[in-house]
Design a protein around this ligand. Structure first.
Ligand code: NAD
Ligand code: WQD
Length: 337
């Protein structure tokens, strides 16, 4: 298939581009490089041998996106481009409505104008908010707990509406749990700007010595060791799931909403231990109060992805830690990994 990846130079998009190219698909990347490094396409070429077409554009620029889709016809779009910082979304809601919701509407308009009618969308487990129970199934109630989560739910609804009314032939809303790790080659990975908000990038920066210790946000949650429990998923497993999802909606003309997680919960302290085991690096920790807005525990029931497109995560938390560390160590110039 020929597939357009919006945000294809970003963290999850670049790994998905690598996996799709390796499965024989032809990839076009559309990215404004607001949160991506310029040489990601060159690194993807080194990794896959494919010289991917790259369009530098904003998804809100319907004219340019339509022209790109007409000049390079594709059978599907995988839509990663978005702003994704929960805290920032609460500071500047209109920015998030504009970039995420208006951006998605503009993209859907461009797709319609160019006759492209299949989309895979990056949603998030954040749409479940504080869950009533775990593991979480796709029919669990959705709850908006921040502006970022609101935009994800609205974008999912837009896509479901277009599928229901026949404007889209195929659609997959993929609800990611906590993506971490990097390509085992250490050629692509996650590059957060400034102080990382998320656990794994923070841990890898403690391991390089860039930060003295990890602040553990609360050890009084009702979990095995009192620290927050999440369903971490290796970005390579996540990328594989996108390939299977796009192939599934292409073959079957269906609209689906699917969890992508491993089904296993890991606490903060368990992740730290797994990191130390996988890398031999010590991670000093400092217990601090809870981070406002955090939930105690959530993890997926990923059975639907297995049933629909035969996907299930293959990599474990130690694999995630090892690959996240190889990437970060290489960037920090540490060579003994
Ligand atoms: P990322 O920031 O690394 O990638 C997003 C890419 O989109 C970047 O390359 C950025 O330059 C580009 N972009 C942003 N706004 C754009 C615009 N208006 N026009 C064109 N390009 C634009 O983020 P990621 O972690 O790879 O996330 C990808 C998607 O997955 C996002 O939609 C995010 O909300 C979703 N998601 C991420 C996580 C996570 O923890 N990383 C979890 C759940 C869902
Ligand atoms: C994981 C655990 C923290 C940092 C966020 C978004 C979510 C989704 C994924 C996009 C929690 C603890 C963290 C630290 C810590 N993104 N922690 N010290 O909060 O589950 O999800 O990213 O859709 O929408 O909210 O991920 O990695 O920030 O936190 O103790 O320095 O690690 O309290 O228990 P989270 P996270």
């Amino acid at each position: 298939m020929r597939i357009l990846l919006t945000g294809g130079a970003g963290y999850i998009g670049s790994h998905t581009a690598a996996v799709l190219a390796q499965r024989g698909h032809e990839i076009m990347i559309l990215d404004n490089f607001a949160n991506a490094e310029r040489d990601v396409p060159a690194r993807l070429k080194q990794l896959t041998g494919q010289d991917m077409t790259v369009i530098e554009a904003d998804i809100r620029d319907t004219e340019t996106v339509t022209a790109a889709l007409k000049a390079h016809p594709v059978e599907a779009v995988i839509h990663f481009a978005a702003l994704k910082a929960v805290g920032e979304s609460e500071v500047d809601p209109l920015l998030y409505y504009d970039m995420n919701i208006i951006g998605t509407i503009r993209l859907l308009q461009a797709m319609q104008a160019a006759g492209v009618n299949r989309i895979v969308f990056s949603s998030s487990a954040t749409v479940y908010g504080q869950p009533d129970s775990t593991p979480i199934l796709e029919d669990a109630p959705t709850r908006v707990e921040n502006i970022y989560g609101r935009t994800k739910l609205v974008m999912e609804d837009l896509i479901r509406d277009l599928a229901r009314t026949g404007k889209l032939k195929g659609a997959a809303n993929l609800r990611y749990f906590n993506p971490v790790g990097a390509h085992p080659s250490a050629l692509i990975g996650e590059t957060p700007r400034g102080v990382p908000n998320n656990l794994m990038p923070y841990v890898t920066q403690v391991a390089t010595g860039e930060r003295p210790h990890l602040n553990v946000f609360g050890n009084d949650y009702p979990t095995r060791d009192g620290t927050g429990e999440r369903d971490y998923i290796h970005v390579m497993d996540l990328a594989e799931a996108h390939a299977l999802a796009v192939e599934h909606i292409h073959a079957n003309d269906v609209s689906v909403t699917v969890n992508l997680g491993t089904g296993n919960g890991t606490t903060v302290l368990e992740l730290v231990k797994a990191f130390e085991t996988a890398t031999g690096r010590e991670i000093p920790v400092n217990i601090t109060p809870r981070r406002p807005g955090d939930v105690a525990s959530y993890y997926a029931n990923p059975a639907l992805a297995a049933q629909l497109f035969g996907w299930q995560a293959a990599l474990n938390v130690e694999d995630m830690c090892r690959d996240a560390w190889r990437w970060q160590a290489k960037r920090a110039g540490i060579n003994d990994v």
